[in-house]
Design a protein around this ligand. Structure first.
Ligand code: FA5
Length: 359
């Protein structure tokens, strides 16, 4: 093939044949091989290119252009087909590697003594409530973070704007552990120390909730347990206002308790937030009409909240000039108690299966 016309007339057929071969290569491996054979150094197009030197010098440029154009057309076709083949191959690989994580049970689960054979165990009411709270906050875009139950004085008090001998420490009857120097390690009295850990270590902004067990030297009664659960919320970002806090608490209330349920804030005091508030929600028992549970007010106090105090930002290395934030915390057991109208919280720890199996 030595003249330009025969090169020009050979090209369309050569491209068509190459496309057919590429289409026929249905799996990625054979496709890559075909692509190399049709577009690489030993391809028919490269062979055609090699004949350019035999042409009359005036024709070489034009013939070269025609070959290059055919080559780029084929390369474009091959590129889009390769992407399809790669996607298909990925899909097949993912399908082949998919793990079956469904539970394998080694036989029927045993029912508790005295219960019919089909009665099986389930999560405790408090854990069910905790899961529901986590789901609600996750749906609102919050992360879930945990911290240790044995804490140091720094995290539980000092970083939270309560230096040694600060009278506000008296708000929490603390259980100290015999570890290190006296009164330096304790069982956390609230989940607020997890806030401090998060602010110290996390990248900003922070939108997180921190559920967990807390301990206080409280005598057990109808509304107190020495071991109970709280969930803490923390938001730190630029330009966060008190209005954002009220909005998040209201959105949570509607999402968790259902439509028609609202929240309201009352002034209060916590050393680590300024200003601080208590937040109340529509009584879930009477829907706000007034009943014995809410002492006729239509509202139930759920927990504390407020704007993060600049001293806490400073203790955790966050620039209070640039960032602001809010925190809130409330009792999970107390919430479970209110929602299920339990007169006495102590039943939550009795492990009486007749009580537990109701939920
Ligand atoms: C605190 O513990 C603050 N850390 C809450 C907070 C977080 C305020 C972030 C501001 C910003 P308080 O001591 O009020 O606050 O406890 C909060 C909730 O924990 C109470 O409303 C109650 O629901 C629950 N709670 C407290 N003590 C007990 C107890 N002994 N048994 C059961 N629930 C309790």
């Amino acid at each position: 093939m030595t003249d330009i016309e025969s090169i020009r007339s050979a090209l369309p057929q050569l491209v068509e044949e190459a496309k057919r071969q590429l289409r026929d290569a249905t799996d990625l491996e054979s496709f890559v091989e075909a692509e190399r054979a049709l577009l690489g150094k030993r391809s028919p197009l490269a062979a055609l290119n090699a004949t350019l030197k035999d042409l009359a010098p005036a024709d070489r440029g034009k013939a070269g252009e025609a070959i290059n154009e055919a080559r780029s057309q084929l390369a474009e076709f091959a590129g889009s087909l390769r992407r399809e083949r790669e996607a298909e191959s990925n899909r097949r690989r993912v399908d082949a590697e998919r793990l079956d994580l469904s539970e394998i049970t080694a036989g029927p689960r045993r029912a508790p003594l005295g219960f019919s054979d089909n009665a099986v165990g389930h999560l405790h009411l408090v854990n069910q409530t905790r899961d529901e709270l986590e789901d609600t906050f996750i749906a609102m875009g919050f992360d879930v973070v945990e911290g240790p139950e044995a804490e140091t004085d720094w995290y539980n008090f000092e970083a939270l704007n309560m230096p040694p001998d600060h009278p506000a420490r008296g708000m929490w009857d603390t259980l100290y552990l015999r570890l290190g120097s006296p009164e330096t390690v304790l069982l956390r009295t609230h989940t607020s120390p997890v806030q401090v850990r998060l602010m110290e270590s996390a990248k900003l902004p922070i939108y997180a909730v921190m559920p967990g067990r807390c301990y206080r030297r409280d005598t057990p009664d109808a509304r107190h347990l020495p071991v109970f659960h709280q969930i803490e919320g923390l938001v730190v970002d630029e330009g966060i206002t008190f209005g954002d806090m009220a909005g998040v608490i209201e959105a949570f209330t509607e999402s968790f308790f259902g439509e028609g349920m609202h929240s309201r804030l009352r002034p209060s005091f916590f050393p680590f937030t300024e200003p601080s508030g208590e937040f109340e929600v529509t009584c879930p028992i009477c829907g706000g009409g007034g009943c014995r549970t809410c002492s006729g007010s239509g509202w139930i106090e759920l927990g504390g909240c407020g704007m993060v105090d600049p001293n806490v930002f400073e203790a955790t290395g966050i620039d209070p000039e640039r960032y602001s934030g809010f925190a809130f915390g409330f009792g999970i057991d107390r919430l479970a108690q209110v929602r299920t109208s339990l007169a006495d919280m102590r039943v939550l720890l009795d492990n009486d299966i007749r009580f537990l199996s109701q939920f």
